[in-house]
Ligand binder design. Structure first.
Ligand code: SF4
Length: 550
């Protein structure tokens, strides 16, 4: 029996198409059909096209998903990491707790006297009475109290599910409080149920940041090479590493959305020459709107992985076209790479040929493949929790993505050039030339699948059941996911690495981060504890083993 099961597993491993059937066969017919559209075997065509994958659709009832809610995406991901915007959750205390520092975002105020609210969790703690009679009064009281206590520059109000259900007008409260208190108060209609996943919350956060914050501060900067870094949330100190690299290259990083950020820098972010997009899914809306309104182009970057970091820095040099900047970038790369190479080679010798699966976020499942490949490891399967088709297949598919009812639920802002502040950062001809350079990814993102090998599995919104089956069939050497999956994976005898919040590790960005990652993956892969996971009764007695081996 054991041999048969082993043989079946081997057959399936060699035929990824059969995995699809295997993963979905326990579902009712309709569910299986729908899940099958979200599971594909990668196959790249000569023109760069990859199979269509269904994504950004509602998780089917009964399926245990990795996803979070819209409120989590808005407050927990995009706005939460900013240290001096005081965040108030309007809702039950559980929602607030859910988004309270769970992502290990780090921040570094210039001095101890500067505001840092990142450790706080402020909530209106709605009770039954507020649900029956409305919670606006309580919200106003909470805003006044928070203002009196913390004297913040800005206050953000986040709506949770019950707020949307009872119809509290959080925007009217924000307007009234802004007038009364004389500070910027803005609200987000980010009720948990509003979208398919946390991705809707990112979009809502982008819209409101654009309307209520970006462009409020006109302080000029003398530096020539000014950029914003969008979609970098400073988990485990990644943002600090990137900031340091920028400084060494002579690049002025005006604002980060939103790791290690403050309100003023975001308000001033429209003064830059270029936007860098790190996490495409969570922030591409701001990048696009800033280009339309202020004329700031954007490029896709990835600072996860040593080669990817060098490539991203060179892209910045290419965009600005300045020889001095290019030389400084090359100097930084030359200074960093010997240590990276030494660490990589040491780990490579022990990790080469091992296998990994990655099911995280919007861009992380793509970005981290680079680091595993630098270690000579093989990616068996990958997928996003809340990605859209353009994150998988590349932005070229955007025109073919159908707008469904869930997407219509999110406000689509009409953005026009600012009559006074719109300024072309490069001439039309220069931009055309830069756009023709595919490597630069100007206003573009190639997507995850074109950079994966043929035959590798791509699974959107993977379920708990599918995770368990994959673990049984493939027994990967490492499975990267989040905290919700971590312990189920480890109990299956497979090492797990959290790539949302990095467990207790990091930073993993830049050269320093790559070295940390190589060493940590090497350590994780060689932990022997997992070989002791079978209980004595799970190991067949010797006489059974003798029969099955015969
Ligand atoms: S789904 Fe709704 S109730 Fe649950 S945490 Fe999100 S906002 Fe709160």
């Amino acid at each position: 029996m054991l041999r048969l099961a082993r043989r079946m597993r081997l057959c399936m491993k060699n035929d990824p198409q059969s995995i699809k059937t295997e993963l979905t066969k326990v579902y009712p017919k309709k569910v299986a059909q729908r899940r099958a559209e979200q599971i594909v075997v990668n196959q790249r065509q000569p023109d760069g096209c990859v199979p269509i994958i269904k994504s950004n659709v509602r998780t089917l009832p009964g399926i245990i998903t990795q996803r979070g809610c819209t409120y989590a995406g808005c407050k927990g991901v995009v706005i939460g990491p900013s240290r001096d915007i005081l965040s108030i959750t309007h809702g039950p205390v559980g929602c607030s707790y859910y988004s309270w520092l769970t992502r290990r975002n780090q921040t570094r105020p210039p001095t101890l006297e500067h505001e840092n609210f990142i450790n706080y969790c402020l909530t209106t703690d709605m009770q039954e009475e507020n649900i029956v009679f409305g919670g606006e009064k309580k919200l106003k009281q909470a805003v006044r109290e928070a203002h009196a206590h913390f004297k913040p520059k800005a206050i953000a109000i986040f709506s949770t599910c019950p707020v949307g259900l009872i119809g509290d007008d959080v925007h009217a409260v924000a307007r009234e409080m802004k007038e009364e208190l004389g500070v910027n108060v803005f609200a987000f209609s980010c009720e948990g149920y509003r979208g398919v996943s946390q991705s809707a919350g990112h979009h809502i956060a982008n819209n409101q940041l654009f309307k209520a914050v970006i462009g409020l501060d006109e302080t000029p900067h003398d530096e020539k090479f000014k950029i914003n870094l969008l979609g970098e949330y400073n988990i485990g100190g990644d943002g600090f590493v990137i900031e340091e690299l920028m400084k060494r290259c002579g690049i002025k990083q005006v604002a980060t959305f939103s790791g290690n950020s403050d309100y003023q820098s975001m308000a001033n972010s429209h003064t830059v020459e270029l936007n860098l997009v790190m996490c495409h899914r969570s922030i591409n809306y701001v990048a696009e709107m800033m280009e339309k309104k202020f004329g700031i182009p954007w490029i896709k970057v990835n600072f996860i992985g040593a080669e990817a970091t060098s490539k991203s820095l060179r892209k910045i040099g290419e965009y600005f076209g300045d020889d001095g900047l290019k030389a400084r970038i090359e100097q930084v790369i030359a200074e960093e790479m010997p240590a990276v190479e030494a660490a990589r080679l040491a780990a490579h010798a022990r990790c080469q040929g091992k296998s990994a699966m990655l099911f995280v976020g919007g861009s992380r499942a793509h970005h981290y493949q680079v680091l595993f490949k630098e270690l000579g490891m093989k990616i068996i399967a990958a997928g996003y929790e809340f990605g859209h088709r353009d994150d998988y297949e590349g932005r070229k598919v955007l025109p073919s993505i159908k707008v469904d009812a869930d997407s219509r639920n999110i406000e689509e802002l009409t953005v026009v050039p600012d009559p006074e502040r719109y300024r072309l950062r490069r001439s039309e001809e220069e931009l055309e030339q830069l756009a023709a350079n595919a490597e630069l990814e100007l206003r573009d993102y190639i997507g995850m699948m074109p950079e994966m090998n043929d035959g590798e599995l791509v699974i959107d919104d993977i379920s708990e059941h599918e995770t368990e089956r994959l673990l049984e069939i493939y027994k990967p050497d490492i499975f990267c996911a989040g905290i919700k999956e971590k312990f189920a994976i480890q109990k299956a005898g497979v090492p797990s690495k959290q790539l949302h919040s990095y467990d207790y590790g990091g930073p993993y960005a830049g050269y320093e981060g790559a070295i940390n990652f190589y060493r940590e993956i090497d350590r994780i892969l060689h932990i022997t504890a997992y070989s002791h996971l079978s209980a004595p009764w799970q190991v067949p007695p010797p006489e059974v083993q003798a029969v099955t081996a015969a």
